[in-house]
Design a binder for this molecule. Structure first.
Ligand code: BYC
Length: 329
């Protein structure tokens, strides 16, 4: 119902083609006003938000799986406590985002059913395995780092509930990024074997992290309309470039090598030139053929099925309370 039906061809409606309501709405966006749930909005705006916020919520929840995999194997008690807190934060982010999506008139159950039926996506990055402890460092450093790059501008997105959810999420993401970088520092300054693990994690996560920003601008289906509506503030390539420019000096500080022979500083543009990710691999992962897609969906289905009795109990309790005479309250 949502994801696959919202297609922008990259051509936007001209002012002359807009209805008076659409033109007034666009004026509000252009003035930088926030849109709130009770306000009139074009159906495409509502559906685009449901798609993006819903996918974002799913990503947070599925994103618990690769890191949750290491909670029982964290090397120290302190690392275990930190990782548990981080994974719990991701569940919280999912909750804020599902709640923001619900303000658009869609239920959380419907969104989850769309995910489980393959009608909605989640971020490609979570279809890669976490093979060593260094991967937990690389995820915090690169994956949360990429997430922050994408989400800081979204604090200024046009839809109020989404923008407000982002404020809190970004605060927590910066802690996540730092804990990942702290793990990488420890590993990079450790034994030769630990250093090798850190480099190997960077080698495996670098290009998947670049894919998190979405296809290149020339292939992005939704960017033009989403940017006109300020659902997105920056294009996919702009954010990818900023991420590379920010991350290369961090890798240098660690003494690690970014696995890209084409990476070099471009004085004229004031940023790095770098290789694009393998877009064929990206599309394969989106089609469900990444290394962990089947495992991730199986885990989500199991959690949904095993939680059915909790949902039923909560619904029964709420119905009982609603039926109770007011005087008895
Ligand atoms: N993975 O027209 P485009 C986290 C899809 S979680 C999968 O450029 P758009 C974290 C896209 O959906 C981070 N699919 O799309 C959690 C579209 O397909 P549909 C999650 C992708 O929406 C736990 C098609 O490709 N962050 O931080 O304008 C632990 C064409 O793309 C991906 C968010 O969700 C991808 N990487 O731009 C640690 C941020 N890229 O929907 C960390 C909010 C593209 O037509 N979302 N697709 O079937 C966004 O900013 C935008 O949705 C995107 C894509 C930049 C991701």
């Amino acid at each position: 119902m949502y994801a696959q039906m919202v297609r922008s061809t990259g051509t936007l409606k001209s002012r002359a083609e807009m209805t008076p309501e659409e033109a007034a709405f666009q004026d509000r966006i252009d003035r930088g006003e926030r849109i709130e749930p009770q306000d009139w909005m074009p159906e495409g705006y509502r559906r685009t938000l449901i798609r993006q916020i819903g996918q974002h919520a799913h990503s947070e929840v599925v994103g618990q799986l690769p890191e949750g995999n290491w909670i029982t194997r964290a090397p120290t008690l302190e690392r275990k406590a930190i990782l548990i807190a981080k994974v719990q934060d991701e569940a919280g982010h999912g909750l804020y985002l599902y709640a923001a999506a619900e303000t658009l008139g869609v239920s959380r159950d419907a969104l989850i059913e769309d995910l489980l039926a393959g009608r909605m996506k989640y971020s490609s990055i979570f279809n890669y395995p976490t093979l060593t402890w260094a991967d937990i460092g690389a995820i915090g450093w690169l994956v949360d780092g990429a997430a922050i790059m994408n989400q800081v501008p979204l604090q200024r997105t046009s839809y109020g509930p989404y923008a407000r959810a982002m404020v809190r999420i970004c605060k927590e993401e910066s802690f996540h990024q730092r804990q990942g970088y702290a793990i990488m520092m420890k590993m990079a300054r450790g034994t030769p074997e630990q250093r090798e693990m850190a480099q190997d994690a960077l080698n495996r996560f670098w290009f998947p992290a670049l894919m998190m920003f979405g296809p290149s601008d020339r292939d992005s289906v939704h960017s033009a309309q989403s940017m006109a509506w300020r659902i997105k503030i920056n294009s996919n390539d702009e954010l990818r470039q900023k991420f590379v420019d920010q991350t290369v000096p961090q890798a240098e500080f660690l003494g690690l090598t970014i696995p890209d022979p084409e990476l070099r500083w471009n004085e004229a543009k004031g940023g790095y030139d770098f290789s694009e990710p393998d877009w064929a691999e990206f599309h394969e992962v989106l089609r469900g053929n990444g290394p962990c897609n089947a495992d991730r969906m199986a885990a989500r289905r199991k959690a949904w099925d095993e939680g059915a009795w909790v949902r039923e109990a909560l619904a029964a309790h709420a119905a009982k309370r609603a039926a109770r005479p007011v005087a008895a309250e």
